[in-house]
Design a binder for this molecule. Sequence first.
Ligand code: SLL
Length: 154
Amino acid sequence: SKRLKNLQICRPFIYGNIALPLGEDQRGPDTSPDHTHSWTIFLRGVNGEDLSDIIKRVVFKLHETYPNSTRSIEEPPFEVTETGWGEFEISVRVYFVPEANEKNVAMYHHLKLHPYGPEAEQQKAEGATVTSLQYDEFVFNEPTENLFEILTKS
Ligand code: SLL
């Protein structure tokens, strides 16, 4: 559809990971013995919305030590849960719905498993959940009328 000139519209979102040390009770028969953590990387709206109104697909590229390391998530929630032993960079590529007529965008997230900083010792002792989140915004310049309608409804 037509593009709206001289207009910019933003949509805020959150992406990042949570991680938990794997306790003996959380290990299944298929859990690799060298895996120490369970983690989830996700991308969603700032109020927990799934963002499927503007996003068609999110591709998470994991470390090549993972089987099928390119994970294409075609439906919300846009997230991947895994177990593992190490931290690494995850590439997160977002593909928008066709009516937006926007190029895909890529971001990077450093998967965090280990607590650090002043609270680290206590967090380790408690087996606390580690969280590493980033706030960002999709910025659409001269959006299509369709995208504008999606972003301004409700
Ligand atoms: C490191 N640069 O050396 C990092 C790489 C890779 C983490 C960390 C493997 C999972 C699996 C896993 O946790 N890889 O066995 O599928 O620390």
